[in-house]
Design a protein around this ligand. Structure first.
Ligand code: FA5
Length: 358
């Protein structure tokens, strides 16, 4: 058992606690740390409070003398806490005042972002067709089987309607008819526009389309731009289609380029043609060019004269109207313009790439 403290030993202990506290907070530099130290000494179970519990064992005269010392030490600790907090606040203010701010410097403006190369490409294409009098039309990306296939004369057994090529939206296990899908091309906007208005029609329809495709030149989501011109029979010919596409390619990628229409088949055009343009790398020379495999041409889209079946599906009379349509990949055109060799680059959102297109 420890000896009962005497008034002298208690006074010494209290004085020593006062000194120890001063040393402790001198090293502390934040208010929470200082408050914690204060609690360690003056709190209910603090060191000073614990020492003062021995007061009861002293005779009344000694108790008074030791009590006074206790109060002096306590107020000393409180005063030290206040002084340290004031000093800290002062130091913060001084540091703030010492900051040198040159108010005459010109302001720093917020850095503006840039348009994505695909957006730049789309807008430039829209502008070229707008100059020719085309209006921009839009349609939903979540489409019905009717607009994406049926109205475009695409038969039920056409390979593009296969699950392997089209993203259908009704879950397979639900057993529900798969009537809703992500549009596989922008051609449904042709049907939607003709259903909405009487002829003549002169529109382009840029937008996102989706297919189960994935390699360096094919992406599951990509952009197409559709074109549709419908007028009275005799006023529109394949030559107008070719002239329009040639004008577009030259305006977008260079006056020296040629286009070539290659016989093909689309259920919604008759006759149909693939659209090729001179390779932008060898400018049509061909020989030795890896990109066009020596042919001098690259495919950019499909086209043709609108099939009478499509006119019938939308309530137009094929005896009275005729027209042409085309659809090109915007990604493909942007890749050719900006010399991008992997289509994924357009969808990764890497700012190091995007900053190269101010
Ligand atoms: C069509 O999609 C037809 N709707 C085009 C058309 C419109 C023909 C009007 C006649 C009249 P095609 O499947 O060939 O056709 O696609 C057109 C272009 O889209 C291609 O030449 C290519 O440039 C681009 N394309 C196709 N699939 C992808 C893909 N997965 N990723 C990037 N671009 C693609």
């Amino acid at each position: 058992m420890s000896e009962s403290p005497t008034s002298e030993s208690l006074i010494t202990e209290l004085d020593e606690l006062g000194v120890a506290f001063s040393a402790e907070i001198a090293a502390l530099a934040s208010e929470p740390d200082i408050r914690a130290a204060q609690a360690r000494y003056l709190g209910k179970k603090g060191r000073v409070s614990e020492a003062l519990k021995a007061l009861g064992k002293l005779d009344p005269a000694a108790r008074k003398a030791v009590g006074e010392v206790g109060n002096r030490v306590k107020s000393g600790i409180e005063a030290a806490v206040s002084a340290r907090l004031v000093a800290l606040a002062d130091a913060v203010r001084q540091a703030d005042l010492a900051r040198v701010v040159d108010v005459t410097l010109p302001g720093r403006g917020a850095r503006l972002g840039t348009l994505h190369p695909m957006t730049q490409a789309r807008r430039e294409m829209e502008l070229i067709f707008a100059e020719l009098g085309y209006e921009v039309a839009t349609g939903p990306q979540v489409e019905s089987d009717f607009h994406n296939f049926e109205a475009l004369n695409i038969p039920k057994d056409h390979p593009s309607r296969d699950m392997q090529d089209t993203f259908y939206l009704s879950p397979l296990w639900s057993g529900a008819a798969t009537e809703t899908l992500l549009r596989t091309h922008t051609s449904p906007v042709q049907a939607r526009t003709m259903l909405r208005q009487p002829p003549p029609v002169k529109i382009i329809a840029p937008g996102a389309v989706y297919r189960r495709d994935d390699d360096p030149t094919h992406s599951p989501q990509f952009m197409q731009i559709e074109g549709l011109l419908v007028d009275r029979v005799g006023k529109v010919s394949m030559a107008d289609l070719k002239g329009t596409l040639l004008h577009f390619v030259r305006r977008y990628l260079g006056d020296d380029l040629q286009i070539r229409l290659r016989p093909s088949f689309f259920p919604f055009t008759e006759p149909s043609a693939e659209v090729d343009m001179s390779c932008v790398f060898c400018r049509g020379a061909g020989a030795g060019c890896r990109l066009c495999k020596g042919t001098g041409f690259m495919e950019i889209g499909g086209s043709g004269m609108v099939d009478p079946e499509v006119f019938r599906a939308v309530g137009y009379d094929p005896e009275e109207v005729c027209g042409f349509a085309f659809g090109m990949g915007i990604d493909r055109m942007a890749m050719l313009k900006y010399r991008i060799d992997d289509i994924k680059t357009l969808y990764e959102g890497d700012v190091r790439v995007l900053r190269q297109f101010p």
